[in-house]
Write a protein that binds this ligand. Structure first.
Ligand code: CP
Length: 314
């Protein structure tokens, strides 16, 4: 059985809820020796702060050892070694591979050739399933449910892999999506067709103001993905189009929460950080517990085993 996590589309509602339950158990007690003797590899062919460090922290807090790289320039890829050979080599050393790569489909390819499970930590503009799992965890934590929510996606909906993954995951939970993006960065037609096929309601907006935000349960801000543009003039034209400022929250629901996968560049004014609607730093913290659940699950350890685990150390 291939236990890899390549795309969120592979997960049923039951499996998502199972993993969220496991993450809750880890949030209660993140420090254990459950994975003592295991080795987790983190192969980051693209830059990262949160994803890599939270996966590595997740593994370390469960007693596993971590190997890997944060910069492919230090690997034999610079001498011409292929992705296939790199994956085959690391599979000799590690029990699970967490991989971020700029090529869409790289994680799928790795999962088909590797003898150990692959966790996709982001492949190009395609998918970021572990981010989506922590987004779902955070949405449920703040709203008390994942069902029937109004979720507003703002910013770069063309290249933002986190919004693509979130949209697909929410197909199980009857959401209404609101897409707010410049025309150049609109949600791609393929994802709108996906919504139609899956019966997901969506509304498109050009305006981004207090009246629009008033309808949101979740306001999911995103960064314009500079690294995906081939024309940097186009990036300059759109990069500052949607900036969330404090006065724009004056009609927001009390329980509305602002999420952002981070890093933030110029999408959320800094004085919003102290507003009770802001939840993006807690969201990033949740990545630790969710990634503990993902590593544990890909290694074949069950929720029951985690609940009965006697290796808790604090
Ligand atoms: N959210 C996210 O993927 O952040 P990093 O690029 O810092 O990992």
């Amino acid at each position: 059985m291939n236990r890899s996590l390549v795309t969120i589309a592979d997960l049923t509602r039951e499996k998502i809820e199972y993993l969220l339950q496991m993450a809750e158990v880890f949030e209660q007690h993140p420090n254990r020796l459950l994975l003592q003797g295991r080795v987790v590899a983190t192969l980051f062919f693209e830059p990262s702060t949160r994803t890599r460090l939270s996966f590595e922290t997740a593994a370390n807090r469960l007693g596993a050892r971590v190997i890997g790289f944060a910069d492919p320039k230090v690997t034999s890829g610079t001498k011409g070694e292929t992705l296939k050979d790199t994956i085959m080599m690391v599979s000799n050393y590690a029990d699970v591979i967490v991989m971020r790569h700029h090529l869409e489909g790289a994680a799928r390819y790795a999962s088909e050739i590797a003898p150990v499970p692959i966790i996709n930590a982001g492949d190009g503009a395609n998918q970021h399933p572990s981010q989506t799992m922590l987004d779902l965890y955070t949405i449920r934590q703040t709203q008390g449910t994942l069902d029937n929510l109004n979720i507003f996606l703002v910013g770069d909906l063309k290249y933002g892999r986190t919004v693509h993954s979130l949209l697909m995951a929410m197909r199980h939970f009857s959401p209404t999506f609101h897409f707010i993006a410049p025309e150049e960065l609109a949600m791609p037609d393929s994802y709108k067709q996906y919504c139609s096929q899956m019966g997901i309601r969506y509304v498109e907006h050009q305006d981004f103001d207090a009246d629009v935000i008033a309808g949101a349960d979740i306001l999911y801000m995103t960064r314009v993905q500079r690294e995906r543009f081939t024309d940097l003039m186009e990036y300059e034209r759109v990069k500052d189009r949607y900036l969330l400022t404090l006065p724009m929250l004056e009609k927001a629901k009390d329980n509305m929460r602002i999420l952002h996968p981070l890093p933030r560049v110029n999408e959320i004014a800094y004085d919003i950080d102290d507003d009770p609607h802001a939840y993006y730093f807690q969201q990033a913290r949740n990545g630790l517990f969710v990634r503990q659940a993902l590593i544990t699950d890909t290694l074949g350890i069950t929720l029951e085993q985690v609940k009965n685990d006697s290796t808790i150390i604090s």
